[in-house]
Design a protein around this ligand. Sequence first.
Ligand code: MRU
Length: 361
Amino acid sequence: MKIDGKSWRTIWPDRASDAVCIIDQTLLPHRFEIRQIGSLQDMVHAIKTMQVRGAPLIGAAAAYGMVLAMLENQADDHLQHAAQCLIASRPTAVNLSWAVRRMQAELAALKAEARIELAWREAARIADEDVHLNQAIARHGLGLLQRLAAEKGRKLNVLTHCNAGWLATVDWGTALAPVYAAHDSGLPVHVWVDETRPRNQGASLTAWELGCHGVPHTVISDNAGGHLMQHGEVDMVIVGADRVTASGDVCNKIGTYLKALAAFDNGVPFYAAVPSPTIDWTIRDGLREIEIEHRDAQEVATMQGLLTDGSVAAVHLLPPGSAALNPAFDVTPARLVSGIICERGVVRPDSLHALFEQSLD
Ligand code: MRU
């Protein structure tokens, strides 16, 4: 996507320096800084601290983490060590373990001396595939938005939660990909952006990237969505996902479930935009079988922002001694999901498996 007319991806190789470049998302929207990641340890740190985040992007970042590991040492035990460290860095988004296992399988089949070159190629392939999957999601989602716009006969209001735009992927985004396609095709669309406490991915990242692309949007507090739905101000909800089960349960950023409940109660269609590496075909029951990451309570107890001296800093919100709890994701049961927008089309959650059946054999 473009920032001030220049095209960017969220991650790219810098082979001359044996490094990988990322946009540091912990500083947005206040500062746009590129970080050069030069070791396995630094990539694990970037994923844990959410300098890179979003399910598809941490998949690509982990793939590049495997490249950095191979640059350090191509032996079998280091390959295994790298895979373990990267998979443990964030547990919920399945894209991460999917990408690491794919890299591991390709690399383990080769002699040590051939591993670096193949690792660069395979990580680049994973990154490019993500872009193509998201472009397909954009096309299918655009069809949905066009039909809804024809029905309503006016500008559409789409509500989204967290950041599932290009910053959460290698490019284009998942939930926001159809919105960008709609905007670019001249279909009038406005986005309600949930702030998404505690990390504020909506207020900091979604608002920033929509603004860079010129898409009309309004940031709302996380508690406002239900009220807007009751008053007919939301035509559709589109969210991304960190893991979707074979039966169509959608695990996404904490608070997504409450939006799905409100959408269900108000007859507002609720869609998840999901590239296939986000689907975990090995599980069916999202509530019982998905590990929900619990992050540091400090993320709830503090809030980050721009100080008047131009520095980015955290301020404390809670009285001393108050406990805080920080589950990072929740599960929306398939029964609350109107449809899944994936690269093969838009389906009801219970038809997801059938859509991919042939390629799963
Ligand atoms: O904790 P984060 O910011 O990595 O969580 C990201 C989300 O929950 C996104 O909605 C999800 O990864 C979909 S990304 C296209």
